[in-house]
Design a binder for this molecule. Sequence first.
Ligand code: NAD
Ligand code: ZN
Length: 362
Amino acid sequence: MLYDFRSFVNPGHYAFGKGNLKHLGELIDRRKNKTNDWTVFMIDHFFQDKKETLDRLPIGEKDLVFFIDTKDEPKTTLVNKYRDQILAHQSTLPAVVIGMGGGTTMDYAKATGLMVTNEGDSKDYQGLDKIKNEGIYTIVIPTVSGTGAEVSMTAVLSGPEKKLGIKCDYTIPNEVLFDPELLSTVTDEDRFFTGMDNYIHNVESLNGTWITSMGKAFAEKSNEICVDVFMNKYPDRLEADEKMMVASIMGGNSITYAQVGVCHALSYGLAVVLETHHGVANCIAFNQLEQYYPEGYKQFKEMQAFQGVDIPKGITAGCSDEDLDRMVDVAWANEHMWNNAFGPEWEKHISKAELKELYKKM
Ligand code: NAD
Ligand code: ZN
């Protein structure tokens, strides 16, 4: 084990159920006081022209709304910018930051809520336990399932040098509002790619050296649900979406109590050098990992065939040797992932040359 002891944190409050969005105003009001009486809404840009959903949000005159462009994954530079805008918006701090969307938007909300109360550049807080002060009360509302960001202690950010999470006890969202009705508009592709992020979290936890009974229980149940959802035709999509919300919670906890592995390390290289989106990058990488995760690979291919989703191929074809080496270096730097995958002597099990060959096949 790399870190031998940690007492893990979960969100303080969960509200789970169809139609829950109508209670958001109550949850926010509980956190307001005379001084801190306004809210920041960070909302996935998909909803920008969805008047019906926006009208249901309790957005007041004093509040500040950001629509989050999900084309790129969360960047430290943008977190800093959002923080500066929040500090300039009113003379007092907001009572609540809302993050409504997928992993991208929820991680923006988690990181920005923290940076409001922690001075400086968010890139300096990438890593473990670097945050000094508790952030603004954060409520996240997932609108696509799989990353587990709604329950995780990490806000994954791409900085100028690295893709690395801000991770500490304060990074956990304070509250999660789950409403499966919000997922009805997700495309089949996004549903598959983000859903497979969940599947891969569990495969990597279960096959890693850091696994404990706790992580195993979460990962096994999460993948039982995930495989059921992606290997069956659900006439009622709401039922499948509700189940995947639960799978995502459990998958997020499986990596909290264990760790990701080979696929995520490789996927980070694709993210940093080619800016490939997390869910897609994971699928591209996992598509080449039969030798490391044979059973998981087989099931993954079955789900892919059943869902009829294509996994991009040849994305590294135009890469220079330097690009490939950079990818390898980014992947190699995720020591905790390799340590989980192969144990403390992981460098005896994998080499940079092997990583480069894997990248070439992607
Ligand atoms: P995402 O947030 O970008 O969402 C995927 C796509 O779905 C986007 O195009 C988005 O606009 C769209 N979308 C979201 N909700 C929708 C809805 N209801 N209807 C229609 N479209 C909708 O992607 P993601 O896969 O959820 O998150 C990826 C990010 O999460 C990456 O930045 C990754 O690093 C991060 N991540 C974080 C953790 C963590 O523990 N914090 C874990 C895994 C991944
Ligand atoms: Zn992931």
